[in-house]
Design a binder for this molecule. Sequence first.
Ligand SMILES: [Zn+2]
Length: 278
Amino acid sequence: MDFFRLRNRLNFISRSSRIGILVLIFCIGFSLLHCHLQITSESTSLSPNQSNPTSESNLSTSLEWIKIKETVWIHRSFGEFGGQLYSANGLVILTNKGAVVVDTPWTEAQTEVLFSEIQVRFQKEILFLIVTHAHDDRMAGVPLFQNKNIPVYSTSLTAKLAKERGFGKTNPILDIQTRLPAGNQSLEVFFPGHGHSADNIVVWLPETHILFGGCLVKALDAKDLGNTKEADLNEWPNAVKRVLSRYPDAEVVVPGHGDWGKLDLLRHTIRLLVSSNH
Ligand SMILES: [Zn+2]
């Protein structure tokens, strides 16, 4: 083989291996992208101004699942307030004895979906439900829990308001019992004072350092305070400060609506309140 033919042969080999490497890179890239799309599709969030991933027709039964930790998930439902579409967050805590639910989805139909998905996804029975105040985005599904004889716990003020508003009957044990054991986990409830509503409570998960702020806490992208019909705008900042000083080691903070984050959500809520009070 002369020098030129040898060089051509080498060129050919290196060109084909270059193509091979390019094909390999493309395949890896494509599968990573595919994988990424699969992960994010389950945890897409919806802020009021974004287009809805679920069409109007299945809105009333759609539910999203967002994993915070292996044992703690957000159940996210959708509802309308003031002509705008909002998402509402509740929690599902998985223990070795069963699941605990914090707040029901926004409608009864979404609560039916919650029941079936807790069965299918997690193979758990529901131990009890905690409701964090007497509004429909927290309590609409309470009658369905009652039909299944699942205990529903609240404070006595929430129980009183719920009865007046026709949200069903709750057992007001949370005034006396603020720490609830649930299998290998536990929940603590705390009433920080009048904020979004007179009866708003927060839920602390000591094992995972997750704080469910409910409607007392706004998401970082919230530009206003949402439904303030029953709010006490002067007391609300103090209530959030009490939560901040009680749970300074919270790693995750879940608001009633919008995306979860860290303790900044509490500081952001105080900022919104201070600017709305001036
Ligand atoms: Zn509310």
